[in-house]
Ligand binder design. Structure first.
Ligand SMILES: [Zn+2]
Length: 61
């Protein structure tokens, strides 16, 4: 299922990854086909963190 940015309606959406990523995940992220799909965030997780980030306009949702 493709996410759509609520701000610019773009489909170039990155998944935000909260917390400490595993080595396996980092390998996955480094792959060419996964470039731009993920963004790493800090370890501070709150209850209403956004799950996705738009690569076009930077909107988080
Ligand atoms: Zn956008």
């Amino acid at each position: 299922m493709r996410k759509i940015c609520p701000h610019c309606k773009g489909k170039n959406i990155a998944r935000l990854v909260w917390g400490l990523p595993t080595c396996k995940f980092l390998e996955e992220m480094d792959k060419e086909e996964n470039k731009g799909k993920y963004q790493l965030r800090g370890c501070c997780v709150s209850s209403n963190d956004p799950d996705y980030c738009c690569n076009d306009c930077g909107e988080e949702f």
